[in-house]
Design a protein around this ligand. Sequence first.
Ligand SMILES: [Zn+2]
Length: 151
Amino acid sequence: MSLPDRILDRIDPAPDGCHLWTGAVGQGGYGNTYFEGKYVNVHRLIAGAVKGDVVRHTCDVKLCCNPHHLIIGTQQDNIDDMVSKGRQKKGALSDEQVIEARKLYADGRHAKEIIADLDLPIGRSGLYAALYGTKYGHIPGERHRKNKGWT
Ligand SMILES: [Zn+2]
């Protein structure tokens, strides 16, 4: 399957191997795009999922579209996975934390290290949303926007 450039251009490989969607984000925090007449979740499109399939992220990053991080499974797999990873980590970041995290990421630090170093109460999905400005967009300062293309 070949995807149009307007979709591929919005995917940005991160240093830790995830390919992050930088376009529109829909409810649930997944990348959203218009493709062949309807709105679809980008990671499902990349994974080649059909209706009824559940697509899981082995990396736990909702915006990730790296086909090697996506597996098609059942809803129950998904629940088991969430429980085993214990990813119920939730919290909010202060403005200072967001600014600091964006600075570290611009310096080439990996998301995992940034979360550990700054002791952030969020997972990588939440961090990427902050880095890309889909969350905390009100905070001024550098956001991660560079696009190295599809690899
Ligand atoms: Zn990933």
